[in-house]
Ligand binder design. Sequence first.
Ligand SMILES: Cc1cc2nc3c(=O)[nH]c(=O)nc-3n(C[C@H](O)[C@H](O)[C@H](O)COP(=O)(O)O)c2cc1C
Length: 182
Amino acid sequence: MKVLITYFSQTGNTEKIALAIQEISSKNHESTLKKLKKVKIEELNDYDLVFIGSPCHDSDLAKPALRFLKKIPDAPKFAIAGFYTHSTFLPEGDERIKKLSEKWSGKCIATFEEVKKEKNANFKGYFRCQGIPSPPIEQFIHKTIIKDDEEWADFIEEVKKHPNENDIEDAKKFNQDILNKF
Ligand SMILES: Cc1cc2nc3c(=O)[nH]c(=O)nc-3n(C[C@H](O)[C@H](O)[C@H](O)COP(=O)(O)O)c2cc1C
């Protein structure tokens, strides 16, 4: 099988996930890792499975990924899977946390779901994990989303560790599951 892993990453978090997916895909398949800006839409037809990765920006996938997804042909011959990293809450815990998670990264999932529906794509699922924020984003999250100093201290200490070993392992499992089902 021919697999493409393509991604946009400004500070390296999403790239770490791309590398983990590449490590697994390349074991038994012809697997190519390429930055999003190096991929021409026409070349996607050369692949059986395309992983597309992005950071979350302004609660959705980053602009380069959105532009790329828009250009995907209708009913593509290749299957698609998504992955993204984000610095706000995971959708776990109480209602408040779940709501904040939805507000600040929920559109990423919705966008992948839209591609599946609108492009009639064979969409295999998505992977997400947290990623350390850059200093301006760190400030933004504290000022806007997590204002309480105590909650902030715990949150930022934890999020700075991501993507961690568990995230990398989970990304590999996500990839392996998709490959197994093919
Ligand atoms: C301009 C900008 C906007 C961001 N907006 C969000 C956001 O709305 N929600 C969120 O959870 N993280 C947001 N982040 C944090 C990134 O999603 C996170 O740090 C990600 O892991 C960065 O990935 P990268 O290292 O691959 O660029 C934003 C980061 C930037 C630079």
